[in-house]
Ligand binder design. Structure first.
Ligand code: IFM
Length: 785
């Protein structure tokens, strides 16, 4: 067991945290969280945790937030606001150690040293600590926890510890933390339990097996899912404890999740913990082979990119089409676990390029929740599909109507009623996934229906007015500082784009799958006259573009608002709307997050001929970055525009969001920022674009970077790319030959022969092995894989 508890030696793969502080603990627990898209667990200490709250400056504060989540397990808690929320399940890794009758507790005695290490290469959380008891006995321990990437139902905990004295009476209690679950028990057996949520009638089953290795006595079993061992210590002799857990979710009231949990436990106990660990490490190694981004020349960003890819990999599950990724993944419950546009716009590009199976499952979630989107559109008097701004499991709108503001008074939330661009964002992700992957089955199983129904929504939403134009009034764009605005450029241009894709979808269906086209159009009652209206709408939607200045007006009247020098507020720890107040914010040209800038990133073809520079130059200084989504989008645009210094500054800001000791991460990692960081580096500096015809690489490497390497999937192929200051190498690793455009120069990649394009314009074949972009993750010296 000892080898398994050693972290990877290369510090580029690990994050460490020393000690324990009530002010940063909750953020550390988010940052070091681990998961597999089905299960997620915060990195709270499992042994001798002590109280989870602290009294601080007169407030009771949650110092620690030990939580294990199951994707899709939402309930309607009896709290305000009454919206579905991700509910935690039993903390399966709880351990108590009692030495001569005294519990090993953080508050008793002294922590000699205590390190938590997130080993991103292996996908495991490690701990290594020593504690001196008031009695003088010193405890030293190491722990490993994981949620298996090879078998998503399974978790593993290993604990090895020793005392420095003979004859101490040791009591080891391993249990499942059941307190405060907020669920009704369905069954509670020796090794198996199941609970049902109170409001949504979903259920979770959990099964556990625990063992103490090395000839220890049989444990006492005083209670289900609790194991107790007692023995007398031999100084320096380690006890080795292993626990396997298995979890299953059931979505329907008549389903019992316990048999699936029991079967998963049986599977893993039959393998044994070593094989479970080995399979998990092998799955992570495979995932890193595809997903690692290697930056030679910037160690900080290298680590930040690994951290981003680590959490992106931990958040998705290609095998579950009924869930999507919440704004904090499964690392915390801020925003109640709800799903926003973050997934489609900030995360999907990563999954589409690196892990299309996960991208597909995430988009199928939008297919399954299409009825909810139709219902919302109809309720508000529109046609087609209006996706909820915040979504949980059913596809119903789950945005709270109000939340409590900082001074305890309710603040109305209008996003659920007005932030409609989500219905273009979903269509955007569907289209780009389908074009990049050629996944026609997905297109026919629901992708096309989303494109048609969202187009239909926008046509009904863009109302013709007396001026002969169509306007989209009473919306909130990505800049949520300005509410209830008319003709938000982001919304309107994306709406027009969505309608155009809807028309294209109808044409492609007709040309390639006429039978399915007829059936789908019949089921949607989509006639030719309606398609004619769509064409009309495209021509008439107002977009706020001024050909004289080349500027898009963010929304009608934005240019007339008061000018404000946002840089005057850059040093404030609080968001600008809190500093200057809501009213002044709304009356000023201050933008919360990338809005027109996001449009430049999403639809670069609309910003040719210098328009991108003009709009970026105008809006970038007006942005106060009041959202964790903002800096990454600015980084992406700046990188594409060749504004390298600015791009790097924004990338480092994004990286700092969750890596700095910032208590804002307490509610979970800002996963959209992490997806945005991947995009800024790979799509910005790397210039990667996946079209339906080819892979394009148009790099803008910072001068001090020696190389940037990554892999991408495209239409059943895997392509390896290595960008250096003097040229680009590309190699086809799997699949049939394809065309890649490198800095605009088309080259054909064939298996076994890498191609190099020098920036002098020379193209040459470099033979097999020339492009070896991603370093295969190395093994730890003590690795067990
Ligand atoms: O979706 C975002 C939104 O754009 C800004 N506020 C936070 C949400 C969740 O991340």
């Amino acid at each position: 067991m000892r080898e398994a508890l050693h972290p990877t030696m290369d510090p580029g793969w690990t994050l460490t945290h020393e000690g324990y502080s009530v002010t940063t603990e909750s953020a550390v627990e988010s940052r070091f969280a681990f998961g597999n898209g089905f299960l997620g667990m915060r990195a709270a200490r499992s042994v001798s945790r002590g109280p989870t709250w602290a009294s601080w400056l007169g407030y009771i504060r949650w110092a620690s937030w030990p939580r294990c989540y199951v994707a899709g397990l939402f309930d309607m808690p009896n709290t305000e606001p009454p919206v579905p929320a991700l509910v935690p399940v039993a903390d399966w890794s709880r351990v108590r150690i009692i030495l001569d009758g005294a519990p090993l507790a953080a508050r008793e005695g002294a922590l000699v040293h205590g390190t938590r290490t997130l080993d991103m290469r292996r996908g495991v959380l490690l701990a290594d600590w020593a504690h001196r008891m008031p009695s003088g006995v010193t405890f030293t321990g190491q722990e490993l926890r994981l949620l298996s990437l090879a078998d998503r139902a399974v978790g593993l905990q290993l604990l090895r510890f020793a005392l420095d004295r003979d004859g101490v009476e040791v009591r080891l209690e391993a249990s499942f933390g059941l307190a405060g679950l907020g669920m009704e028990p369905m069954r509670l057996e020796r090794d198996l339990a199941a609970w049902r949520t109170e409001g949504t009638a979903k259920a979770v089953g959990m099964a556990g097996a625990a063992m103490l290795e090395g000839g220890a006595p049989e444990p006492e079993r005083p209670f289900p899912l609790r194991w107790v061992w007692r023995w007398r210590s031999v100084g320096g002799q380690a006890a080795e404890f292993a626990r396997l857990v298995a979890v299953a979710r059931a979505d329907r009231p008549e389903e019992d999740p316990a048999p699936a949990a029991a079967a998963a436990l049986e599977r893993s106990t039959a393998l044994g913990w070593r094989a479970v660990l080995g399979a998990h490490e092998a799955a992570w190694a495979e995932s890193w082979t595809m997903g690692d981004v290697v930056i030679d020349g910037d160690d900080d960003l290298q680590r930040a990119l690994r951290f981003a890819v680590y959490h992106l990999t931990s958040a998705a599950n290609p095998d579950d089409e009924r869930v999507s990724i919440g704004a904090r993944g499964l690392t915390g419950d801020a925003y109640f676990g709800h799903v926003f546009w973050d997934t489609e716009i900030y995360l999907l590009p990563f999954y589409t390029a690196v892990w299309p199976e996960a991208a597909r499952a995430l988009l199928m979630y939008r297919v399954h929740t299409l009825p909810g989107a139709r219902e919302k559109a109809a309720r508000l008097g529109y046609r087609g599909a209006l996706y909820p701004w915040e979504s949980a499991d059913t596809g119903a709108e789950t945005t709270p109507e109000s939340v409590l503001g900082p001074n305890g008074t309710p603040v109305e939330i209008l996003t659920g009623r007005m932030e409609h661009h989500i219905s273009a964002d979903v269509a955007y992700a569907v289209w780009h996934y389908w074009r990049a992957t050629g996944d026609d089955t997905f297109f026919l199983q629901g992708g096309a229906e989303i494109l048609l129904e969202t187009a239909r929504f926008w046509v009904s939403r863009a109302v013709p007015e007396a001026d002969g134009r169509r306007h989209i009034r009473h919306v909130i764009g990505p800049d949520e500082y300005h509410e209830d605005v008319d003709d938000n450029a982001f919304t309107n241009v994306m709406a027009r784009w969505t309608i155009a894709r809807g028309l294209e979808t109808a044409e492609i269906l007709q040309a390639r799958w006429p039978e399915q086209a007829t059936a789908l159009r019949a089921s949607l009652a989509l006639g030719d006259d309606e398609l004619a209206q769509w064409r009309d709408a495209i021509d008439r939607i107002v977009d706020g573009f001024d050909p004289e200045t080349g500027l898009y007006e963010q929304f009608a009247g934005f240019h007339t608002l008061a000018e404000l020098d946002v840089s005057d507020y850059a040093d404030h720890a609080l968001p600008i709307d809190v500093v200057i107040g809501r009213e002044r914010t709304q009356g000023s040209q201050v933008v919360k997050q990338a809005d027109v800038v996001a449009l430049i990133a999403l639809l670069p073809e609309k910003f040719s001929g210098g328009r991108a520079e003009i709009n970026f130059r105008h809006y970038e200084p007006r942005c106060a970055h009041g959202s964790s989504l903002s800096a990454a989008m600015h980084a992406l645009v700046a990188a594409r525009l060749g504004q390298t210094e600015l791009a790097l500054r924004y990338m480092h800001e994004t990286a700092a969001l969750d890596l700095d000791p910032d208590p804002n991460s307490a509610g979970g990692v800002r996963i959209a920022g992490l997806g945005g960081l991947w995009q800024a580096v790979v799509r910005g500096f790397g210039g990667l674009t996946l079209t339906d015809e080819r892979v394009e690489i148009d790099p803008h490497l910072p001068p001090h970077w020696r190389s940037l390497s990554f892999r991408t999937r495209w239409r059943d192929r895997t392509v390896a790319i290595r960008i250096a200051p003097d040229g680009v190498e590309a190699a086809l690793l799997t699949g049939e030959s394809l065309e890649v455009a490198i800095a605009g120069i088309p080259v054909t990649l064939r298996a076994g022969a890498a191609q190099r394009v020098d920036f002098s314009g020379m193209v040459r074949a470099t033979g097999d092995g020339a492009a070896r972009p991603t370093r295969a993750p190395e093994r730890t010296e003590a690795g067990t894989a």
